[in-house]
Design a protein. Structure first.
Lengths: 241, 193
């Protein structure tokens, strides 16, 4: 089988940077980590002093065989685990990680199809990993990202995405507040936006959509209305309805 | 060193290991939500002899329905306790089905599949559910009808179910091909292969 076995590993925090007011990049050194594909996720487990444990799933921002694993975590207002990871966890602290997980919402450099990535908010993390994999593989397959955000301040990895604009260009879309000088007014992603900012069905793209449930439902329905085949659209949703 | 305190305690005896409670109803699907009208909807069971037992939407609704309150457990570690569903027991649907095979593959509109042992979907352990919380089942949650097998992780409860095909072995379905456990018992934490 192509997959390495899934087990628990100990990860020690070696690097942490603030991405936005509410999101933080956390890089763990994970001895024994078998590496991961772009788009996979991991279960992260914390243990309290009385033995109580809490486990949550996070997308992996890093990609490849390295044993350093980068996660990007957004603080959920009523979260139990994410506020601790964003606000409290210190370099040198350890967590447990199980993975890599997921074999469907992944991009492999050997995929021949052009790739359209569509992110809503912090749903950009596994898609960022795909642009990293594209760069690492020096892939010549067309890959582009449509990134929908509430405000410019909510952007994760803006500098990195912009540096990669010649190989995996990003179209930025703002739903609440636009940057100064932006020509389009803030607003929801419309069918016209989708048509103009994504690869058309005639090019036979593989499309990855990740974001909050409502966003993914709207985008996936819009893509089908544009003529995309349902089985060419892979989705990852977070949050309830 | 930061000390994790944790806010909630998993002292609920109905919570399987490694799970936490959620009040919302998260949605996890591998692709777009299919749109299936009740007029076009059909459910079937196919046996090794080639017999196909079919039910239209109206025929399904005409069968005896059960209201069940069950706990559901997602492999991504959320659980939701005491959820209310209405649907038709698979015992009812299998009443006239003659098969010597021990496994089924559930197939969904949209192409999803998941494998199950036959004995785990009989004797009051599985339903074709079409109402959630007293309302018609939302498309995002698998409407018009989904399989409900609450004693296994919820990926086994195939959304948008369109039929069951008997199979001679426990061949893997969609997520089972993609790294998830063939069986999926939450109390034994059968999450990943």
């Amino acid at each position: 089988m192509r997959r390495p076995p899934v087990g628990w590993f100990t990860g020690s925090l070696v690097r942490a940077t603030s991405l936005t007011d509410s999101a933080r990049s956390l890089t763990f050194s994970v001895p024994g980590w078998p590496g991961n594909l772009a788009g996979q996720h991991v279960d992260l487990r914390l243990t309290a002093s009385d033995g109580y444990q809490a486990t949550r799933s996070y997308s992996i921002a890093s990609v490849g065989p390295d044993t350093d694993v980068e996660l990007a975590v957004e603080r959920l207002p009523d979260g139990e685990v994410s506020p601790f990871l964003v606000d409290d966890l210190e370099v040198g602290d350890s967590v447990e990680l199980r993975g890599p997980l997921g074999g469907w919402f992944v991009w492999r450099p050997e995929h021949p199809e052009p790739v359209q990535l569509i992110a809503g908010g912090s749903g950009v993390v596994p898609l960022l990993a795909m642009t990293r994999a594209h760069t690492d593989a020096r892939s010549t397959v067309p890959m582009q990202l449509l990134y929908s955000l509430r405000t410019p301040e909510d952007a994760l990895y803006r500098d990195e995405l912009q540096q990669r604009s010649s190989t995996t260009p990003t179209t930025w879309h703002y739903t609440r507040t636009v940057p100064p000088g932006w020509t389009r007014a803030a607003g929801r992603l419309t069918p016209d936006d989708l048509r103009s900012a994504t690869l058309p069905p005639e090019r036979g793209p593989l499309t990855f959509v990740c974001g909050p449930t409502g966003f993914v439902e709207t985008v996936a329905r819009g893509l089908i209305d544009l003529g995309h085949q349902p089985d060419s659209i892979r989705t990852e949703r977070f949050g309830g309805i | 060193m930061a000390i994790f305190g944790g806010r909630r305690r998993n002292d609920n005896p109905n919570l399987p290991p490694g799970q936490h409670l959620t009040e919302s109803f998260p949605v996890l699907s591998a692709g777009p939500t299919p749109s299936i009208s009740a007029d076009d909807w059909e459910f079937s069971i196919r046996t090794e002899g080639g017999d196909i037992h079919r039910w239209s939407w109206q025929e399904l609704l005409a069968l005896p329905a059960e209201d069940v309150t069950v706990d559901i457990h997602c492999v991504t570690s959320w659980s939701k306790l005491g959820t209310g569903w209405r649907g038709v027991s698979l015992d009812t649907l299998f009443a006239d089905v003659d098969t010597g095979l021990d496994y089924v593959m559930a197939h969904s509109y949209g192409g999803y599949t998941t494998n199950l042992p036959l004995e785990e979907v009989l004797e009051g352990r599985a339903w074709i559910a079409y109402e959630y919380d007293g309302e018609p089942l939302d498309p995002e949650h698998g409407g018009p009808a989904r399989l409900l097998v609450p004693h296994l992780y919820f990926w086994k409860s195939a959304k948008w179910v369109r039929g069951l095909v008997m199979q001679d072995d426990d061949y893997p379905g969609f997520w089972e091909e993609n790294g998830y456990h063939l069986h999926g018992d939450p109390w034994r934490e059968e999450r990943y292969a």
